[in-house]
Design a protein around this ligand. Structure first.
Ligand code: F6R
Length: 261
């Protein structure tokens, strides 16, 4: 696992955006796994800028989003479909038919999740999965005790996650309690994982994910099992890491051709 530490929130987001852009340029038919949330907003803003200023081309790309709220229509401003349209898809040249977000209104949630898994497989799998971490240690909406072998399915959110997302819904009471989410096992099958974490409030759980034991109580720790996972942190998110100096030393001594940004 690689740990990259940048001086600021902005620099960390730029690093992630440049890494995604680099992969899109190398493989125009790329299959991207995308995350939503506040951490991702500056990343998508950079991708939009690269598209407008440098012609970054998404016309052949396909995307699969990690998760969606149950019982929220796609046009609801806090649905993850609306988030993606607003922050990225409507602002770049991606073919909307190639953007897949789970349908939170599906009558048969199990069938919807199975179809989603099949579509990923039909595309040959996800090349690059972008991730954020929740305060509960989740990736996607894989809350504590989610099996490392789990596939896309319906989950109940923890009270902690409801509190994390409450500001966006005007209070905890309004946050949907159920979600559809890609499984940990599904995420682990992607070719590369790129996790962005910013802010002091995530420092503790990030250290647990990177340096703690493998445990389904912190599902992000499953990334220790991935053959190509990179954590990109700002300084604030890195404060609880015991081996911080070592990670910086490794990065400083990395061959220049392996440094994307
Ligand atoms: C969202 C997702 C979640 C978020 C995480 C962090 O699609 O999968 O795991 O990445 O909850 O959210 P923010 O960035 O809002 O702190």
């Amino acid at each position: 696992m690689e740990v990259v530490i940048r001086d600021s929130r902005e620099a960390a987001a730029l690093f992630v955006a440049k890494t995604i852009a680099d992969m899109v340029r190398r493989k125009p038919h790329i299959v991207l796994g995308l995350a939503t949330g506040r951490t991702m907003e500056p990343v998508y803003a950079h991708l939009v800028r690269f598209h407008r200023e440098d012609g970054l081309d998404f016309s052949l790309a396909r995307t699969f989003n990690l998760d969606e709220y149950v019982n929220i229509p796609p046009e609801h401003p806090q649905s993850y479909r609306a988030f993606m349209d607003r922050t990225l898809f409507d602002l770049i040249n991606i073919d909307r038919r190639n953007t897949r977000v789970l349908n939170g209104l599906a009558v048969d949630a199990n069938a919807e999740c199975a179809a989603f898994e099949q579509e990923i497989a039909d595309c040959g799998g996800i090349d690059l999965q972008v991730l954020g971490i929740g305060r509960s240690g989740h990736i996607g909406f894989n809350e504590p005790t989610s099996s490392f072998a789990s596939r896309t399915r319906i989950k109940t959110l923890t009270p902690e996650t409801l509190r994390q997302n409450a500001p966006l819904f005007g209070g905890e009471r309004n946050v949907p309690r159920h979600v559809l989410t890609m499984g940990v096992g599904t995420i682990l099958e992607s070719g590369r994982c790129l996790m962005l974490v910013t802010g002091a409030e995530k420092a503790e759980v990030t250290a647990a994910a990177i340096e703690g034991p493998l445990t389904s109580m912190v599902t992000a720790s499953a990334l220790q099992l991935h053959r190509r996972a990179t954590f990109v942190l700002d300084r604030e998110a890195a404060t609880k890491l015991k081996q911080r100096d070592y990670y910086e030393w490794v990065y400083a001594n990395k061959p220049h051709w392996e440094r994307p940004a």
